[in-house]
Ligand binder design. Structure first.
Ligand code: IVH
Length: 646
């Protein structure tokens, strides 16, 4: 059989989805929309529901989620997973060259590869006949831990190879080494979400990656924005072995593995030493943490024959960057109020230069952190600037104290509106619960208008501050009733700017449901969760009507988020916001819905006519609601007539 639902169709569909996954996560260049991708997954799930016996480990439905009851089991690596020796300046790299030239004179004529030294966690991936069968940690280099379930959740790790190039032979066995890491921007977003949900933020991307991979519950790992970059073939069979490092990188890339685009080939040692000089600057352009450059002899045979000194191969060396850590004096502690009212302390520092950037402020994470580390005003503190991550305080240098340092007293009032703060039981975060607090109004409105949510061009933080300070809005829904004349009263606004902003506000009314849900700023509901809620409910009306049990039935929604959603929708000022949005016509419904779902909706199979005087809604909004609930809105021949005095 070769039709829809046949096993060959199943295999083809798996391949197609894995390919689109690769375009999205590895190449950052998707060929199809998210909705079309989801549709393919729905088809695959339908086939798998019919034929569970066909499901293979390389199916894209098998990425997420299982819970291990005990610890990870041990696995023996097929080859030694070696480490690297370090050099701290270029002169040391030259000395390394001299040393190994003495051991093997081919080094004199060698070419090299420079690669970023990714500050992540080494993993070892085993593929048998093209299918990922095992993922392991490095461990002691000989024995690691089996973290296969967690590895499978990392979206850019191929479940089956080759991903794209069908002309590539499928290796009988391939063991690949790479580094799992987190992009700086994803790290910041993750921490932001944790802070807003009242949790304890992670200290740096590397710890986060390591902690996530050592989770016993891979559903948690699946929620972390982990990525991989590969750079070594530890073992293989059934294919011709690569002869050089550059060829290895190209081979891995062609197979569909993510490989750093920043690696450079150098013809000889002069070029290599010259290239090395550029890396301090280049480091700034790399969107993840690197702690050095790895210099590798390109010829793998020469590298192998040079052998290893202990755990460090002689054919490669890491040129480590100077640590971006330094000390400064903590002059004071300021407090920011976030959009959910969370108070976050930050350090006000004696300005200090770290890696070419002057730092005056650094995050202190939360009040517990200040207490735990016993950080005092006037302390000499250690701080770190890591890539684009906001600089953060590591801790005080207690030995530098002279007795003048003052312990910090956590504020019990909001520094902006002066209302008493609150701390929920079991939570780290301290909140200002005054929803009229100008700090929150500014942050909430900025979030509502931002790129990833309602995308209102021209309504950035500066303008939001202006309109809040001028008392033009009391909540973010008020922006839909702002008039051009009001904008013209603000500094810097002329005819054109006011027109543009009014138009952008009007256009934003057409944003889809998931963006609007995200824009509301519900604690714990970010972009991904908003998408889930939009798909699940299809309209705000249905989301508002959902109770605790209905919400916690949804994959990925735990008790805290469910409660936060319920609280948000029952909070009186928020009900007013919703009313204002609905009146302004900002009430989208999700379009996409599978047929199965349509059949189970309350109005499935029913045709309704909208008639009578309309009070709170217009005709289109009511038709949309009927359709979201699975019904048909018609002009005549109804089964039911809906009277609209509600
Ligand atoms: S090569 C024989 N290349 O750095 C191969 N390692 O401090 C030896 N690392 O344990 C390793 N990026 O976890 C190599 N491009 C890269 C790397 C890299 C990060 C890590 C790796 C290693 C550690 C040594």
């Amino acid at each position: 059989m070769n039709g829809l639902g046949s096993s060959s169709e199943y295999t083809r569909l798996k391949k197609e989805i894995n390919y689109h996954n690769y375009r999205y996560h590895v190449m950052d260049d998707p060929l199809i929309s998210d909705a079309d991708f989801d549709q393919l997954l729905v088809q695959l799930r339908e086939i798998e529901a019919e034929h569970p016996e066909w499901i293979t480990p390389d199916s894209p439905t098998q990425r997420a989620g299982s819970v291990l009851s005990e610890k990870f089991s041990k696995v023996t690596h097929p080859a030694h997973v070696l480490s690297l020796s370090n050099a701290f300046d270029i002169a040391e790299v030259s000395r390394w060259l001299e040393r190994i030239e003495k051991l093997d004179e081919r080094v004199k004529y060698a070419d090299f590869v420079l690669e970023p030294k990714i500050d992540g966690l080494t993993v070892v991936l085993t593929y048998q006949n093209g299918v990922l069968v095992q993922g392991a940690t490095r461990g002691d280099g000989i024995i690691g831990e089996d973290i296969t379930a967690n590895i499978r959740t990392v979206r850019d790790i191929p479940l089956a190879i080759p991903v794209t190039d069908a002309s590539m032979a499928v290796p009988e066995m391939l063991v690949v080494r790479g580094e799992v890491y987190i992009l700086n921007k994803d790290f910041e977003r993750l921490n932001q979400e944790i802070i807003e949900a009242g949790g304890k933020p992670w200290v740096n991307p590397r710890n986060t990656a390591a902690g996530s991979l050592r989770q016993l519950n891979s559903e948690i790992t699946a929620q972390r924005p982990l990525k991989i970059l590969t750079y070594q073939i530890l073992a293989s069979s059934g294919i011709k072995q690569t002869e050089t490092q550059w060829e290895t990188l190209e081979y891995l890339k062609r197979m569909g593995f993510p490989v750093s685009a920043d690696s450079v080939y150098c013809e000889d040692c002069e070029q290599m030493l010259k290239e090395l000089e550029k890396w301090n600057e280049k480091r700034e352009t790399i969107p993840y943490e690197i702690d050095g450059v790895v210099v590798k002899i390109n010829d793998l045979r020469v590298a192998k024959e040079l052998g290893a000194a202990g755990k460090d191969p002689r054919g490669a060396i890491a040129l480590k960057f100077p640590a971006r850590e330094t000390t400064s004096i903590l002059k004071g502690i300021g407090v920011n109020v976030g959009r959910t009212g969370v108070l976050t302390p930050y350090a006000m520092l004696e300005p200090v230069l770290i890696g070419g950037v002057t730092v005056k402020q650094a995050t202190l994470h939360n009040f517990d952190f200040i207490r735990e580390r016993d950080i005092r005003i006037g302390d000499t503190v250690m701080l770190k600037r890591a890539g684009e991550v906001i600089p953060y305080i590591i801790g005080p240098l207690v030995e530098k104290r002279d007795g003048s340092q003052q312990p910090y007293v956590q504020p019990d009032h909001c520094p902006v509106c002066n209302q008493l703060t609150e701390q929920l039981e079991g939570e780290v975060a301290v909140y200002c619960v005054n929803s009229a607090c100008p700090a929150q109004l500014i942050r909430n409105t900025e979030h509502f208008a931002s790129r990833g949510t309602m995308d209102i061009n021209g309504l950035g933080i500066k303008v939001v501050e202006q309109i809040v300070q001028a008392g033009m809005i009391h909540d973010f829904a008020d922006i839909y009733s702002l008039r051009k004349e009001e904008f013209l009263t603000l500094e810097g606004f002329k005819d054109k700017k006011a027109d543009n902003l009014i138009n952008a506000i009007e256009t934003s009314k057409g944003q889809p449901l998931d963006r609007l849900i995200n824009a509301l700023g519900i604690r714990g509901v970010g972009e991904v969760m908003a998408g889930t809620l939009a798909d699940e409910f299809g309209s705000l009306d249905r989301l508002i009507a959902a109770d605790y049990d209905r919400l916690t039935m949804i994959d990925g929604i735990g008790p805290n988020v469910a409660q936060a959603i319920l609280d948000w929708f029952t909070h009186e000022p928020n009900r007013l916001i919703l009313k204002k949005l609905q009146r302004a016509g900002v009430w989208p419904v999700a379009l996409k819905r599978t047929q199965v779902e349509m059949q189970n909706l309350p109005l499935s199979g029913k045709t309704l006519v909208v008639t009578g005087a309309l009070v709170n809604f217009n005709r289109e909004q009511i038709k949309d609601t009927i359709e979201t609930m699975g019904g048909k809105a018609a002009e005549c021949q109804p089964e039911y007539i809906l009277c609209t005095g509600w």
